[in-house]
Write a protein that binds this ligand. Structure first.
Ligand SMILES: *[C@@H]1O[C@H](CO)[C@@H](O)[C@H](O)[C@H]1NC(C)=O
Ligand SMILES: *[C@@H]1O[C@H](CO)[C@@H](O)[C@H](O)[C@H]1NC(C)=O
Ligand SMILES: *[C@@H]1O[C@H](CO)[C@@H](O)[C@H](O)[C@H]1NC(C)=O
Ligand SMILES: *[C@@H]1O[C@H](CO)[C@@H](O)[C@H](O)[C@H]1NC(C)=O
Ligand SMILES: *[C@@H]1O[C@H](CO)[C@@H](O)[C@H](O)[C@H]1NC(C)=O
Ligand SMILES: CC(=O)N[C@H]1CO[C@H](CO)[C@@H](O)[C@@H]1O
Length: 350
């Protein structure tokens, strides 16, 4: 272990002094991409700890002060165009760690709650299984800032209450993305996932920078330029939890809703969030502290006070990633009766 740490330390040292790009450094850090400016606002990522551990964390700074990934990034790059939204990448494509925004204490440092953290399952970091022919999350996965799947009532389209999280989205762009990335995307459609009796929308989006973005506005357009992916991604949402022992996940209405209906649903969700941060509704234990909207004074924290108040580190301190547990390194198959088939146990099928 010690030797491994020394080697990793040496690799990092080499990486930072070498004139050439070093793949080892890329794997463990986003330091190259820790800062991005959108509409004159600079967003910076601060990363602390080792990936694939419960102690790992990532914070957001907005113009140099702590901010919440959920409450301090605008939903829309341009308020007059509801089909383009900002998207926060939590999970890059083909990675399996269940990384997400912590809803209970977005600005606070404690264990495990953090702005973005590695979700826990039975005391260990949670991963999704690789289900053949997919690999991990087969797209960029994340959430839409300033939206809320309100659990306080049954939603019209689904007939179920929301899951109490920001609204999720999946991005079919070719770039693989990185955790903490904020990118403008276009809404193409959406899947109304019924996750155990909770409404859990998965909005289908594409990054504006993608080579086909200007040509696709709908699910049908995407089918034309990327045949097969629509059906494959829908199938993944049905089956991805079977490997951890859960049921097949139904989709309300059976398939994708269209782009305009999806955009309206995002707008509704943005309104539910507004009622949340204004303190008008039961917050269901969500911390909605934010550092950008003085008009919501119950939840507003002075930006310059936030770092000391919530004990937020100002510098990144990135440790080499820890290896995934073995059971998440093998492939699984889903049989025709939706049974789980492990690649390590061929005799089970004789
Ligand atoms: C970092 O950003 C640059 C340009 O913005 C991009 O070319 C590069 O691929 C990114 N690197 C990673 C690791 O995402
Ligand atoms: C973008 O910046 C301009 C100028 O500061 C501002 O008027 C506008 O509201 C901003 N748009 C968003 C969506 O933040
Ligand atoms: C989109 O879907 C909604 C809800 O099903 C429907 O009312 C609307 O007519 C559809 N719009 C288009 C352009 O197909
Ligand atoms: C808090 O915000 C509300 C509007 O949302 C405003 O009416 C009220 O005066 C504000 N209170 C303080 C102390 O700023
Ligand atoms: C961002 O990246 C730069 C260059 O890699 C690094 O010097 C700086 O410490 C990083 N800042 C944070 C907050 O991680
Ligand atoms: C609305 C909200 O989340 N308020 C919290 C902000 O943070 C303080 C701690 O400083 C909590 O006490 C509030 O409940």
């Amino acid at each position: 272990m010690l030797a491994q740490q020394c080697l990793a330390g040496a690799a990092l040292l080499l990486a930072s002094t070498s004139a050439f790009p070093q793949p080892a450094r890329r794997q463990t850090s986003q330091v190259e991409n820790n800062s991005t400016t959108i509409n004159g606002t600079t967003y910076t990522l601060t990363e602390v700890g080792a990936r694939n551990t419960l102690d790992w964390r990532m914070w957001l700074e907005r113009d140099g002060n702590p901010a919440s990934f959920w409450h301090d990034i605008p939903t829309y790059p341009d308020e007059s165009n509801p089909s383009i939204i900002n998207f926060v990448v939590e999970i890059s494509r083909w990675t399996s760690g269940k990384i997400e925004i912590n809803r209970e204490e977005p600005l606070r440092r404690s264990k495990p709650p953090d702005p973005i953290f590695h979700d826990e399952e039975d005391g260990s970091p949670r991963f999704v299984q690789d289900i053949w022919p997919f690999k991990a999350y087969p797209f960029l996965y994340g959430s839409i800032p300033r939206t809320w799947e309100s659990p306080n009532f049954d939603h019209d389209f689904t007939g179920f209450p929301g899951d109490n999280d920001p609204m999720d989205a999946f991005d079919v762009s070719q770039d693989k993305g990185y955790t903490g990335q904020i990118k403008p995307v276009k809404i193409l459609g959406g899947l109304a996932v019924n996750d155990g009796g909770e409404t859990d929308w998965k909005m289908l989006v594409i990054g504006l920078e993608d080579p086909i973005a200007s040509r696709v506005d709908s699910v049908e357009d995407l089918e034309r330029y990327r045949p097969g992916v629509i059906a494959a991604y829908r199938e993944w949402f049905h089956i991805y939890k079977i490997a951890r022992g859960d049921e097949y996940i139904p989709i309300v209405g059976g398939s994708y809703v269209n782009a305009s209906f999806a955009a309206e649903t995002v707008q509704d969700s943005h309104r539910f969030w507004q009622a949340l941060v204004a303190g008008f509704v039961d917050s269901n234990e969500i911390s909605y502290n934010q550092t950008t909207m003085l008009q919501y004074n119950d939840s507003y924290i002075q930006p310059i006070e936030a770092a000391s108040k919530f004990d937020i580190p100002r510098e990144s301190d990135i440790q080499p990633a820890v290896e995934k547990p073995e059971k998440f390194q093998e492939y699984y198959y889903i049989g025709s009766d939706l049974e789980l088939i492990s690649s390590n146990n061929p005799s089970a099928q004789d």
